[in-house]
Design a protein around this ligand. Structure first.
Ligand SMILES: [Zn+2]
Length: 182
């Protein structure tokens, strides 16, 4: 079984077994890597976000809102919710200035509409470390300053699918509110 799987995915015969065990090891480390959580915006309160804004419909081109918007003043510190690796720090059309962090359990943490980013791609960050400042870049231009924060699991959680609009995408998008401590 392992032999067949590795033959398909790692065709270089000589290193097949080695590569397979290596990948399995990295995958498992990602799963058991201890996660610590902090809030994504400094000083945020329950009133800084709408509790039902996750999966809100209709939400423009995105159809449903796959994150939570946390409102705060311009340049309020945005902090990494978990420890992790910055896989992207740059600009995207909808998100504006964004930071994408790969954290424990193979989850991506997406911070968008930043006024400024304080980290570089491929930099390691700790939970609670400042990674940027709140803004209204991208498609938030002209709207009140806020952080758009999303959590995406790379391992699909099929049991989370429901019959809401785009409900199948809930196997990837997790409700960030579950990790806030306010
Ligand atoms: Zn948003």
């Amino acid at each position: 079984m392992i032999e067949n799987f590795s033959q398909t995915f790692f065709p270089m015969k000589k290193y097949r077994k080695y590569t397979f065990y290596c990948c399995t090891f990295v995958f498992c480390v990602g799963l058991v890597w201890p996660a610590m959580y902090t809030n994504p915006v400094k000083g945020m309160k329950q009133s800084s976000f709408h509790p039902d804004s996750f999966w809100y419909y209709p939400w423009g081109k995105s159809v449903t809102h796959k994150g939570i918007d946390i409102f705060a003043g311009l340049n309020t510190g945005v902090t990494s919710v978990t420890n992790g690796l910055v896989v992207y720090s740059g600009t995207m059309s909808r998100g504006g200035k964004v930071v994408l962090v790969l954290g424990p359990k193979w989850r991506l943490h997406y911070y968008a509409h930043l006024n400024q980013s304080g980290v570089e791609t491929l930099e390691w960050v700790g939970a609670g470390e400042t990674i940027g400042g709140v803004g209204n870049t991208g498609n938030a231009q002209g709207k009140p300053y806020h952080l758009h924060y999303s959590v995406v699991t790379l391992i699909p959680y099929f049991w989370r699918i429901d019959d809401s609009r785009q409900g199948w995408k809930k196997m990837f998008y997790l409700n960030p509110k579950d990790y806030f401590s306010v």
